[in-house]
Design a protein around this ligand. Structure first.
Ligand SMILES: C[S@@+](CC[C@H](N)C(=O)[O-])C[C@H]1O[C@@H](n2cnc3c(N)ncnc32)[C@H](O)[C@@H]1O
Ligand code: SF4
Ligand code: SF4
Length: 302
């Protein structure tokens, strides 16, 4: 029998209109080149995804890229395939209505100045303008996903205030930087102990903004240095999520959701720790989904 996955993640295009400095997708050694073959017609791509769905009983899809809004044609057809859909977008292109049960995660990495340093000049204001000019028929859940790194860690409260006061964003999830193996960038922390101060800042903010910050307390504590490697050594995201990246000829499965060049010991992926918390709280999950296991449904995982 084919392996069952709780969710899949599909990069539906290798094109992107931004060049964020921290992006794991465009690292060397990871499938990330747009080609005529992999930029396939929407119908073809959706048919291939349908086969993956059937083979692995996938009910939740995380639509990614590149920038998935460059393939609106794929999104329009694709969201009909899965029970649950999350679209991760840089938010610089206009959002469009795909129904009320779609979860949109909009990426911003700080207030204007620091966000634009990472994600490109002018991108912050484009996102805010799009969020405030949604079409009248727009439905869907709007969240922000912010990647905390060594250079933006002190700007998170300012971002929370802007988002909650000036946009229709409902809440924010913080994910921590996933470095590559030999990372010499300004984004990285030298070790987990050094990252702790940034994690603790978010734990403190969570007390002040308990509803707006969507990461739960237990998940944040798991990220601390005394706990983190117990989780990343046996990564639950690698076990339960199927990553589909576009190689030159079509979908391929890379090492993990973060591509092929990653340093697991320093991984701060929200998805990894969130899933770990659910597994800790529900012994037997996801194999046993009846009885008491109903208290945490797979829909809670991302
Ligand atoms: C790779 S992007 C793809 C979707 C879309 N283009 C976007 O920016 O949201 C998905 C998310 O990964 C985040 N991300 C990029 N590089 C990262 C890294 N090295 N570690 C953790 N998250 C990262 C982005 O900021 C974004 O929120
Ligand atoms: S917008 Fe998304 S895919 Fe594009 S470079 Fe930035 S993080 Fe990477
Ligand atoms: S980089 Fe993170 S998500 Fe990928 S396998 Fe390692 S711990 Fe898991």
């Amino acid at each position: 029998m084919e392996k069952t996955y709780l969710l899949a993640l599909a990069n539906i295009t290798n094109r992107c209109n931004l060049k964020c400095k921290h992006c794991f997708v465009f690292r060397e050694g990871t499938p990330n080149t747009p080609t005529k073959i992999n930029e396939m017609p929407a119908e073809v791509m959706v048919k291939i995804l349908k086969n993956y769905k059937r083979k692995h009983s996938i009910f939740r899809m995380l639509w990614m890229g590149g920038e998935p809004l460059l393939r609106k044609d794929v999104l329009k057809l694709g969201v009909k395939l899965f029970q649950e859909n999350v679209i991760a977008t840089n938010g610089t292109l206009p959002l469009f209505n795909l129904g009320s049960n779609i979860k949109w995660t909009i990426s911003l990495d700080g207030p204007e100045e620091i966000n634009d340093m990472i994600r490109g000049y002018g991108s912050f204001n484009k996102v805010l303008s799009n969020l405030n000019n949604l079409t009248e028929d727009f439905q869907g859940d709007l969240q922000c996903n912010c990647t905390v790194t060594n250079i933006n860690k002190d700007f998170m409260e300012e971002l929370i205030n802007i988002l909650s006061e000036e946009t229709p964003i409902r809440g924010i999830t913080f994910t921590f930087y996933v470095p590559k193996k030999k990372d010499t960038s300004e984004f990285k922390w030298e070790n987990l102990k050094e990252r702790d101060s940034a994690v603790k800042k978010i734990i403190t903010l969570k007390k002040k903004y308990p509803k707006f910050i969507l990461n739960n307390n237990m998940v944040l504590r798991l990220l601390l240095s005394q706990n983190a490697m117990q989780i990343t050594n046996n990564c639950p995201l690698k076990k339960y999520a199927l990553p589909l990246y576009l190689g030159k000829k079509g979908f391929e499965v890379p090492f993990c959701c973060y591509g092929n060049d990653v340093n697991c010991d320093m991984c701060g992926s929200w998805g990894v720790f969130h899933l770990a918390a659910i597994l800790k709280l529900n012994p037997g999950f996801p194999d046993k989904l009846s009885g008491p296991f109903r208290k945490v449904l797979p829909s809670d995982i991302l």
